[in-house]
Write a protein that binds this ligand. Sequence first.
Ligand code: ATP
Ligand code: 6CM
Ligand code: CA
Length: 555
Amino acid sequence: MERPGRLLLLSELRVRNAACDVSLSRCLLTWKRRVSSPVYRPFRPSVSHSVSVSEIIAVREEDEDSGSRQTDDGSWNKIEEREGKDCGQAFTVLYVERCRQHRWRCAEVTFTCPDVALCQRWVSSIREQLAAITSRPRRLLVYINPYGGKRQGKRIYDQKVAPLFAQAGVSTDVIVTEYANHARDHLRKGAELKKYDGVVCVGGDGMFSEIIHGLIWRTQTDGGVDLNCPDETLLPCSLRIGIIPAGSTDCICFATVGTNDPVTSALHIIVGDSQPMDVSSVHHNNTFLRYSVSLLGYGFYGDVLTDSERKRWMGPARYDFSGVKMFLTHHYYEGTVSYLPARGILGTPRDAARCRSGCLVCQRNGQLLSDRAENYEMDEASDSDSDSEWRTIRGKFLAINAASMSCACPRTPKGLSPAAHLADGTTDLILVRKCSRFNFLRHLLRHTSKDDQFDMTFVEVHRVRRFRFTPRYCQSDSDLELDLRENGKHQIFSQIFRDHPACGCAPAYSSWNCDGEILTHTAIDVRVHCQLIKLFARGIEEPAVFEDLTNPCAI
Ligand SMILES: Nc1ncnc2c1ncn2[C@@H]1O[C@H](COP(=O)(O)OP(=O)(O)OP(=O)(O)O)[C@@H](O)[C@H]1O
Ligand SMILES: CCCCCCCCCCCCC/C=C/[C@@H](O)[C@H](CO)NC(=O)CCCCC
Ligand SMILES: [Ca+2]
């Protein structure tokens, strides 16, 4: 909790008909019940409440003439009934209240004042403090995917989010998307971005992906950056992005906020939180394919996605169905993974520490990487030259996963890579080699328990800044030649192998699952761009910060 600092106002006001000492500083609003005679009530503690000014949503003057006001559920309450008969003037402060499992709620407290002038001084002082918070968005561009997840995006926005934005004085331009990539294309070409302080997407990870593709494309094109060159340093996007979760996995929301709850996300947007995030660019032969912020998965997760896309009608359950099916199918894929280990930075994928709000690892590594780029003009372009740094692994893999962040979601609350960081400039490359079904099941199940999913002989994990993958039966000319020379076979056999490897029944290729989208190529070159985008979030808060046992909502 912030320190109170110099008091701007100190008055005796009433809360629920009890006299309170109420004070306002630049940081805190505090109200404390007055104990008139401690002699007569020696055992009754005087409860003090404090709200950080940065977490005040709005202040509302109560309607004196009608003596009543509308509540969130649409019903009308008499102020007198709620506050006592002698209320006089009243104002209500709406603020963030922390509940269980990282959820936030909009709570309110009504203060009654003895006179009009004092009431107005309080209202205008609080409003002045709120107006001075420059990080809060005033105007937002909102995209709603009406078909994401359980198709509730529009209802969630209208019922849970729009009323909060209205109360907080955030104005919005809302676009309900009409087709896939509508939001991406609008951000690329149509949207007048200067008008806005941020972009909000109502939907799942796929919708978020559309938004970042639109924003990154626009930023690079305006800045003259060649998207097809994997060695180019990308320009960071200035507009922050808010996610109102209404998808099937919503792993980006979960891993940056700690819960998939539309009200919590709306409140993080209103208070103007900011969380930088790494973005991986994916190229094939110097051609840009896609960006990824969460999971790039070949093998198991690629197959699950490919299979589940045909079952979109099932909604979020399609992933469970396809997950079980692909587990039983048990396909492995051959290929070569080369990677550039992340050196000289803090953290490893086996750390016990987690990326949390205000993460020092992300701050230190972000600073280190930008210093390095500035001072030595050494970035990935020169990394790619230092061939000695690259390591190569050939093998048969059930899954090759790159997690730029933990990928925590309700299916795996600790994530695919629990110690990965949101903004450290690295991705965790997880290689699951061919093993028995039983062992693969043990590995998968460990994502849902406290046991370490990496502590298995057939699993290895590396923290990297860049990696490449080439499937065994690669279609690139050089690989085909290498194959022919190694195998001494005629080209026609190679063609057969490409579609049906040695066993003659299993496919030779999987697909890449790139944040829930299928990639068109299997041979890819991936590079992490440290802190390329910013979200209206603050990372997952440590429980100690919000576990207030005096708050009934938290118990
Ligand atoms: N109006 C629309 N009609 C059809 N598809 C759309 C529309 N708007 C967006 N999309 C596409 O829908 C796809 C899925 O959306 P979204 O990510 O919101 O939900 P999801 O796939 O159910 O959730 P998750 O990505 O979290 O698993 C995205 O790839 C997006 O491009
Ligand atoms: C048989 C026991 C199985 C237990 C398995 C637990 C492991 C679940 C790990 C889930 C990891 C999700 C990572 C996030 C990926 C998202 O970018 C993507 C788009 O939303 N979602 C999926 O691909 C959806 C992927 C769904 C996979 C099931
Ligand atoms: Ca990272």
